[in-house]
Design a protein around this ligand. Structure first.
Ligand SMILES: *Cc1c(COP(=O)(O)O)cnc(C)c1O
Length: 360
């Protein structure tokens, strides 16, 4: 049976990438060994890391002001590393648009003052608070946003700017490389790899070198400083070599698809198909503000919790996997990242139509 995996993360990777990795798994090029068996400082791996970084710079059109680094610990480690490196006794502004922003702000509060400039928590994060209502701190150490809210299913349609002189930092874990945006407006962008970029356990961090210089080296352990990764090109210690290898293949794949503009077109089509169906249905419904709907994580419900569970179970039996909503919010969620083919979304819609007829 053909299976489509709608998991939020770890998530579906491009079929072509999985196949290439399989072909090379036990013998990378002419080395006679798999890539994960080879020295990270040897002649085979170094070009892989350089390729991954160069691909990211190319895809996001990054100037030399930025470094691309790979840090272990996923996006959650960044929640702590950001304030450890950049707060320095100041105040950090956080926009609270979901579970992940909230976690990020909580970590920052361990290191200094946190100002929640706006929050949609009261309405279960069903929308993104309008930027015109944000109460930002003059001279904040930085402003932090979450561009796509994986659990709630909302996404900034227009990415905001920070007040002049305040570095803007974005957690783009669940929508990096899915749509075109101006990266030069950000001082730092980070993403856990397991949604749109590769395997779990590592974060891709894009940071302005000047920002990384703010760290007080006497207070932050070596492995937790951005400067350590920048100075050692992500190889102060042994990096997650296999994950970086997959990252190089996934970014190659995005380039082959016409870059971010190419995948964005397909992403827009997939999201439009699914939301159009939800809007036309009197059985299924989207739970988030129309203007803020995520093109990556489509959150929806049937008329009640029992039917949600029945839908998830029957979809699974039909090869449509992992449609259960996040454990904190319930309901259903289809994550349709870059690697989800249009056919997968079509199969889901066909199944939803059938389920609706049988259960309404
Ligand atoms: C998945 C996710 C995280 C957490 O990623 P980990 O790599 O598991 O730490 C953080 N932020 C967002 C927006 C996410 O989607």
């Amino acid at each position: 049976m053909k299976v489509y995996n709608f998991a939020a993360g770890p998530a579906t990777l491009p079929a072509e990438v999985m196949k290439k990795a399989q072909d090379e798994f036990t013998c990378y090029q002419d080395s006679g060994s798999g890539i994960m068996e080879l020295s990270h400082r040897g002649k085979y791996f170094k070009p892989v890391l350089e390729k991954a970084e160069a691909n990211i710079k190319q895809l996001l059109n990054l100037s030399d002001e930025y470094s691309v680094i790979i840090v272990q610990g996923g996006a959650s480690m960044q929640f702590a590393m950001i304030p450890m490196n950049l707060l320095n006794g100041g105040t950090a502004d956080y926009v609270d648009t979901g579970v992940w922003s909230n976690k990020a702000a909580k970590e920052a509060a361990m290191f200094g003052n946190v100002n929640i400039v706006a929050s949609s928590r009261e309405t279960k994060y069903d929308h993104i608070p309008a930027a015109s209502e944000w109460k930002s701190t003059p001279g904040a150490a930085y402003m932090h946003i979450t561009s796509n809210n994986t659990v709630a299913g909302t996404q900034y349609q227009n990415l905001p700017t920070a007040p002049a002189g305040v570095p803007l930092i974005a957690d783009m874990s669940s929508d990096i490389m899915s749509r075109c945006f101006d990266a030069s407006k950000f001082d730092m962008i980070y993403a856990g790899a397991q949604k749109n970029l590769g395997p779990s356990g590592m974060a891709v961090v894009i940071i302005k070198k000047a920002l990384a210089e703010r760290t007080d080296n006497s207070k932050v352990p070596t492995m937790l400083r951005y400067s350590t990764y920048i100075e050692n090109e992500s190889m102060f210690n042994t990096p997650p070599t296999f994950g970086i290898y997959i990252l190089s293949l996934v970014t190659d794949w995005i380039i082959a698809k016409g870059g971010i503009a190419g995948v964005e077109k397909v992403n827009n089509a997939k999201a439009a198909m699914l939301y159009d169906f939800l809007d036309s249905s009197s059985f299924f419904r989207s739970t988030v503000a129309k203007a803020d709907r995520s093109r990556m994580n489509v959150v929806f419900r049937t008329p009640n919790d029992e039917t949600d569970a029945k839908f998830v179970a029957e979809a699974k039996a039909a090869g449509l996997m992992e449609l259960k909503g996040h454990r904190l919010v319930g309901g259903c969620r289809a994550s349709i990242y870059n690697a989800m083919p249009v056919e997968g979304v079509q199969a889901l819609i066909d199944f939803m139509k059938k389920f609706e007829l049988e259960n309404r």
